[in-house]
Design a protein around this ligand. Structure first.
Ligand code: COA
Length: 162
């Protein structure tokens, strides 16, 4: 494995992102959804690369003071090595640097791995959404991280600099 690089993603990365989503989620959406999400000005998306290969993906929508996580995924063959936690930590710092005050997300009630990861990162359960996932009618657990790290606005990787 090469040294891993984490960088902001753009629409030019959509093909790689969609391939990872299809491999990671039972409802990956359509390719156009990924394109639209990456071109949405509210979206902040980062990718973890091993050379040219996208091995991790994380994204949130910046909704006023809320950073709403839309996806986090690690290539299946590389899970369980701390990469998911690593990309989430980067996403949390980016959220703070972009001006968010808290982070929220939904997670399948049966996704024990993700729930364990989020709890270790400090997320708290704030509610449920009944029958949220249309493929299985599974409930969503709503989790929130209410204390983000201190911001460094100059580090906002999505700032357009002169
Ligand atoms: C959830 C996901 C991103 C975690 O990524 P990962 O790289 O495997 O996770 P990490 O190795 O960083 O582990 C972080 C924590 O997750 C938990 N975890 C990881 N693998 C686990 C397993 N096999 N069983 C139970 N918990 C596990 C542990 O709490 C772990 O912390 P620890 O290392 O201190 O024990 C990954 O499993 C994934 O891509 N899943 C499919 C997509 C998905 O479900 N996304 C979340 C949607 S809400």
């Amino acid at each position: 494995m090469n040294e891993l690089v984490i960088r902001p993603l753009t629409v030019s990365d959509a093909g790689k992102v969609y391939a990872l989503l299809k491999a990671s989620f039972s409802i990956p959406g359509e390719y156009e959804d990924t394109l639209n999400n990456l071109s949405n000005p509210l979206t902040r998306a980062i990718g973890m690369f091993d050379g040219d290969d996208l091995i991790g993906y994380g994204a949130f929508w910046l909704l006023m003071e809320e950073a709403h996580v839309t996806h986090v995924a690690i290539l299946e063959s590389l899970r369980g090595r701390g990469l998911g936690k690593n990309i989430m930590e980067r996403l949390i710092q980016h959220a703070s640097d972009c001006g968010a005050r808290f982070m929220e997300l939904e997670c399948r009630r049966g996704n024990a791995t993700a729930l364990s990861m989020y709890h270790k990162l400090g997320f708290l359960r704030v509610g449920f959404k009944k029958n949220y996932y249309p493929d299985t009618n599974e409930d969503a657990v709503v989790l929130a991280l209410i204390a983000l790290p201190a911001p460094n606005f100059e580090n906002d990787p999505f700032l357009t600099k002169e």
